[in-house]
Design a protein. Structure first.
Length: 479
């Protein structure tokens, strides 16, 4: 049980801070006044579109689909129509046998049902890279197996994309098929930009290492895209509302209900008049609530793309709930829940925590306990298998002395993760196929940075894929 110690250290930390929100002063220069004018609400004749995607599945990842369902409710209350909101979610949570409230999903401890009414555009296997990218591009013939809804946007329309899942260096998770690589996402954005089929696009990404999806690779001449990520290119993002942490979910839930970056923007959007709140103001609220300077366990919320778009109101992208018309950010009480940072658990640990908690809570000597023990032990052995395999791969290809360098070196800020993205994609996908298949918790993602380093060191790709096949089969865990 020694190996669980680090996991429970996280839970012991309760990182509570209280801060007051600051409204932006009038210190903006002429250029932002001009860009505000150009983008002002009166000029929004177009539609608002949204693509929401949870990239995970499994009850231990409850929180990602909960975040996405919650986002849908905000958009609907904000005035967007179902025909303009495209939802990708595996849809295995609401009726999972572990769910204490069948047919209901909540995103905070005292939260209401966020599942009701969510359109099932792409579910199960249809939540994959090709459908997601084709939906963004508005390519109807490129999607299969879902509702067929795509972002059929015109030059005056705004687009909001929100992604919640596990990620690692240069990749975001998908419940089926390959992971989404930064290169494929950026190429899709370039294509959409070239087609001139939208006015402005805002992208929010909740995932570990989410900065690496944009850092050094989102071209600066794409001036109509603004991105906020939960974490920089080198760090985890965090789950919250986790069992035994603060605030904790109702006791019958043994899984985390949300992610800290996500609930920060969602709960901020829940109550405010979004005509009166800019993207920049929300970024500041979310950044403070997500990143707690005094603790190691927090992430840096990042902005990419055209930061001048930060002056745009949230209303232009996600609408606003008429019930909030008389609420303004300046009304926020400095001690309100919104400004309190909840305690957090890293994304990888949040998944393991579910299995631990299930085991811990089962009655002593019961068959449930025996089963939960098997499940927990299995998850841990999968992780060990993956850990052992990567060190073997590096030592076969580069020699033992290179293991620590390949595992730990990172690019400096502003530089892309990798130069040869094809090499990266091939090795990451091959490792997932050979070593990560059974790990629904996406633990194999953890080593994408090592594969980037191998590619940057000029690895021989066929030699590396051979080493992957070899290591993954010899270190194979019990089924
Ligand atoms: C920008 O707009 C603000 C508020 O409307 C105004 O007070 C300020 O003088 C303007 N700045 C410039 C440089 O025009
Ligand atoms: C995506 O899902 C659809 C529907 O299940 C399937 O036809 C298609 O082959 C999948 N694409 C990939 C790349 O997995
Ligand atoms: C749409 O997707 C199909 C199938 O992937 C592809 O053949 C076609 O080129 C795409 N069209 C556009 C305009 O991107
Ligand atoms: C409380 C507050 O400041 N409300 C303002 C929000 O913006 C609308 C229109 O932009 C104003 O009419 C409200 O007074």
């Amino acid at each position: 049980m020694i190996s669980y110690c680090s996991l429970f250290l996280f839970l012991a930390l309760s990182c509570v801070v209280v801060e007051s929100r600051q409204l932006k002063g009038n210190s903006d220069g002429l250029s932002s006044n001009v860009s505000r004018f150009l983008r002002s609400d009166s000029n929004v004749e177009g539609k608002r579109w949204a693509v929401l995607i949870a990239g995970s599945n499994g009850y231990e990842n409850y929180r990602h689909q909960a975040d996405v369902c919650h986002a849908y409710q905000i958009l609907r209350k904000g005035g967007l129509e179902d025909e303009n909101i495209i939802v990708f979610m595996y849809d295995d949570i609401a009726f999972d046998v572990n769910n204490p409230r069948p047919g209901v999903i909540i995103n905070k401890p005292d939260g209401e049902d966020v599942y009701q009414g969510v359109p099932k555009d792409y579910t199960g296997e249809a939540v994959n890279v090709s459908n997601f990218l084709a939906a963004i591009l508005g390519n109807r013939s490129g999607v299969t197996g879902g509702s067929g809804k795509v972002v059929d946007s015109g030059p005056n329309d705004n687009i909001f994309i929100y992604y919640a899942d596990h990620g690692d260096s240069g990749i975001l998770g998908m419940p089926s098929g390959d992971y989404l690589t930064a290169q494929d996402l950026i190429n899709t954005l370039k294509q959409k930009h070239a087609a001139k089929s939208y006015k402005s696009m805002v992208i929010y990404v909740e995932a570990c290492f989410s900065g690496s999806m944009f850092e050094g690779i989102l071209p600066s001449d794409i001036d109509d895209i603004y991105v906020v990520t939960a974490a920089n290119a080198h760090e985890s993002s965090y789950g919250t509302y986790c069992p035994e942490s603060f605030p904790s979910p109702p006791s019958e839930f043994d899984t985390c209900l949300g992610d800290v970056f996500s609930i920060s923007w969602l709960e901020d959007s829940d109550i405010h008049d979004l005509r009166n709140e800019t993207l920049e103001q929300q970024y500041n609220v979310v950044r403070r609530r997500t990143g707690v300077d005094d603790y190691e366990v927090s992430s840096h919320v990042m902005q990419y793309g055209n930061k001048e778009m930060g002056e745009d109101s949230l209303f232009s992208y996600i609408g606003t709930n008429p019930n909030n018309d008389h609420y303004s950010s300046s009304d926020d009480h400095p001690h309100s829940k919104l400004t309190t940072a909840p305690s957090v658990v890293s994304q990888h640990d949040a998944s393991l925590l579910h299995f631990w908690h299930k085991y811990h809570n089962a009655p002593q000597g019961s068959p449930t306990k025996a089963e939960a023990h098997r499940e927990l032990a299995h998850q841990i052995s999968l992780r060990k298998h993956i850990d052992r395999s990567i060190t073997e791969i590096i030592s076969v290809v580069f020699g033992r002395e290179k293991i620590s360098e390949m595992l730990s070196s990172v690019q400096s800020a502003g530089n892309p993760l990798v130069h040869d993205w094809d090499c990266f994609k091939m090795l990451v996908q091959s490792f997932r196929k050979q070593c990560g298949k059974a790990a629904r918790t996406r633990y194999d993602m953890k080593y994408s940075g090592a594969f980037a380093n191998m590619c940057n060191a000029g690895v021989d790709i066929s030699r590396a894929t051979q080493a992957i096949t070899q290591a993954c089969s010899t270190n194979s865990p019990p089924p």
